[in-house]
Design a protein around this ligand. Structure first.
Ligand SMILES: NC(=O)c1ccc[n+]([C@@H]2O[C@H](COP(=O)([O-])OP(=O)(O)OC[C@H]3O[C@@H](n4cnc5c(N)ncnc54)[C@H](O)[C@@H]3O)[C@@H](O)[C@H]2O)c1
Length: 322
C-alpha cells in the first residue's frame, strides 16, 4: 500500500458534503490538496474559505469546462472525482443538466486524468443497482437503475472500465450507499433534524416509512476513498461502500427522536407525502469484496454516527428544543 502523504491530489466537488470531509482528511494526512467546485449545490464559499485555512488550494470552476479541469489536474497523482448533480428528483426534472454534469463533466475529468497519468477514485452510487433482486446486494448484481441519476452513474462506471481498458487509466469506482454525518445538508437524517429543529412536536416521514436503507457514516466513506486510492489491485474495479446493514426509515425517525430525548413529545407521521420518483425502496450492501480487496470495513456504529450528526447539526443551526 502506497501512502497518500506528499501526493498531489485534486478533489472535484470538494466543497460538497463528502468532498469537504475527504479534503480535510487528505490534508491532515499530508497530501498537497486542491479542490474544485462550482458551488452549485451543497458547496459554499464559506466551506472554500475553511478549506483554505487548512492550506488547501481551492478554485471555483465547473467540471463541464474541460480546459479548466485539465489545467487544474496538471501534475496530480490522484483525482478524487465527487463533483456531480447528486439529486435523484432533480435528475428527473432536468435530465439534460444531469447528463451534462454527470456524464460530460466526468469524461472531462477522465481525459484530464489520462493526460496527466493520474489515478481516479470515482464516487458512484448504489443507485446503479435500481430495485435489488438480491439482498445484501453484491457488486455483480445487475445494473438496472430506476432514475436518470442512477443511469448517469452507470454510464460513468462504463467509462471507468473503458478508460481502464483503452488507456490503462487507473480508476476505481466506489458505490456509495446513503451517506450521513457532519456537513450533510441533504438526505434523510438531515431532513429529520431540520424538521425537528423547526417543530419538535411533529416529524413527518416522506413515504410510508417502510423503505429500508443502508446508512453509512461519512468518516467511513472517507476511509474507503483513501484505501481505494492506495491499493493497486482495486484498479478497474467497483466496490460497495455501505454499512452492510439497513434500517427502515420510520425506525430511523423513532431512533432520532429517541436519541434527542423527544420520544414523549414528538408524533411521528408517515404516509402523508409520497416518496420521489426514482427512490429505491430497499438497499443493503454486501461488503465481502470491499473487505477482502480494499481491506476496508465500516467502523462507526449507527448510534454513535447519529449522535455525531446531531452534535454537528446543533452546532451549525442551534439546539433542537427538548
Ligand atoms: N451523499 C450520498 O448519500 C451519496 C450516495 C451515493 C453517491 N454519492 C455521490 O458522492 C458524490 C458527493 O456527494 P455529496 O453527497 O457530497 O453531494 P454534494 O452535492 O454535497 O457534493 C457535490 C459537489 O459537487 C459540486 N458540483 C456540482 N456540479 C458541479 C460542476 N458542474 N462542477 C463542479 N462542481 C460541481 C457541488 O457544488 C457540490 O459541492 C457525488 O458524486 C454523489 O453522486 C453521494
Amino acid at each position: 500500500m502506497d501512502s497518500i502523504e506528499g501526493k498531489k491530489v485534486l478533489v472535484t466537488g470538494g466543497a460538497g458534503f463528502i468532498g469537504y470531509n475527504l479534503s480535510l482528511a487528505l490534508s491532515r494526512k499530508g497530501a498537497e490538496t486542491r479542490v474544485v467546485d462550482n458551488l452549485s449545490s451543497q458547496g459554499s464559499l464559506e466551506r472554500m474559505k475553511k478549506l483554505n485555512s487548512h492550506k488547501i488550494f481551492t478554485v471555483v470552476a465547473d467540471i463541464r469546462h474541460r480546459h479548466k479541469i485539465a489545467s487544474l489536474s496538471k501534475d496530480c497523482d490522484v483525482i478524487f472525482h465527487l463533483a456531480a448533480m447528486a439529486s435523484v428528483p432533480l435528475s428527473v426534472k432536468r435530465p439534460q443538466y444531469d447528463c451534462q454534469v454527470n456524464v460530460v463533466g466526468t469524461v472531462n475529468v477522465f481525459e484530464a486524468a489520462r493526460l496527466t497519468d493520474a489515478k481516479i477514485v470515482f464516487a458512484s452510487s448504489s443507485a446503479v443497482y435500481g430495485t435489488p433482486t438480491k439482498i445484501p446486494i453484491p457488486e455483480n448484481h445487475q445494473l438496472k437503475p430506476i432514475s436518470f441519476y442512477g443511469l448517469t452513474k452507470v454510464v460513468d462506471e462504463f467509462y471507468c472500465e473503458a478508460y481502464h481498458e483503452t488507456h490503462g487509466l487507473q480508476v476505481v469506482s466506489l458505490r456509495l450507499f446513503n451517506v450521513y454525518g457532519p456537513e450533510a445538508r441533504m438526505g434523510v437524517t438531515y431532513d429529520f433534524l431540520k424538521k425537528l429543529w423547526k417543530d419538535n412536536k411533529r416529524l413527518e416521514v416522506i413515504g410510508d416509512g417502510e423503505q429500508s436503507k443502508d446508512f453509512i457514516y461519512v468518516d467511513d466513506v472517507v476511509r474507503a476513498f483513501l484505501a481505494a486510492s492506495q491499493i493497486e489491485k482495486a484498479n478497474g474495479e467497483a466496490y460497495n461502500v455501505g454499512s452492510g446493514d439497513s434500517i427502515k426509515v420510520k425506525d430511523l425517525a423513532y431512533k432520532t427522536v429517541d436519541r434527542l430525548g423527544l420520544s414523549d413529545k414528538t408524533d411521528i407521521v408517515c404516509g402523508v407525502t409520497p416518496t420521489w420518483i426514482g427512490d429505491v425502496k430497499y438497499t443493503k450492501a454486501d461488503l465481502t469484496k470491499a473487505r477482502s480487496e480494499l481491506k476496508w470495513k465500516p467502523k462507526i456504529d449507527h448510534n454513535s454516527g447519529l449522535d455525531n450528526a446531531i452534535r454537528w447539526f446543533e452546532s451549525a443551526y442551534g439546539k433542537i428544543t427538548r
